[in-house]
Design a protein around this ligand. Structure first.
Ligand SMILES: [Zn+2]
Length: 153
């Protein structure tokens, strides 16, 4: 991962039930299991700066995902340096899995018309299955890589 721009997905695991406040949206109940959050980083510092911040879990609680990150463990990250903004496509592909649900409408999607950029899968899809689905949808999509939490600190 470099400081070039790109799109990423955070695989976040909650070990305990709880709840978080999600900005003005609502209170979101947290259930044990995995959440997948999709974002993009097209500003200064690119993917490395943004994902590194999520990996460390430091900084102010500003975005919806910061509140979720504060009560979960980062298990891994999928990312691409594809020059197009792919976050809405990624979120759509993840939502389209039969058993996937959207925990809170609008989570992470205040700048687009997606239902949400946060998905609750009943199990974590493999990165290779995810790549296949993406390439079916976008044949010109760039490579998707996986990083573990310790690669990012
Ligand atoms: Zn979107």
């Amino acid at each position: 991962m470099t400081d070039a721009p790109g799109t990423y997905a955070l695989l976040l695991r909650a070990d305990e039930a709880g709840k978080i406040e999600v900005g003005a949206l609502s209170v979101m109940p947290i259930r044990p299991g995995v959440y997948i959050y999709v974002g993009s980083a097209f500003g200064p510092g690119g993917l490395q700066a943004r994902v590194g911040r999520h990996a460390r879990g430091d900084g102010a609680l500003h975005w919806h995902v910061d509140y979720l990150r504060a009560v979960t463990t980062l298990e891994g990250v999928w990312y691409t340096h594809d020059a197009k903004r792919r976050e809405c496509t990624w979120a759509e592909v993840l939502r389209s899995r039969a058993e996937a649900t959207v925990p809170v409408d609008g989570f992470g999607a205040s700048d687009c018309t997606c239902p949400a950029h946060l998905v609750r899968p009943d199990s974590v899809p493999s990165v290779s299955a995810f790549r296949t689905r993406l390439h079916e949808q976008c044949p010109d999509h760039g490579p998707v890589e996986r990083a573990g939490p310790n690669d990012l600190l």
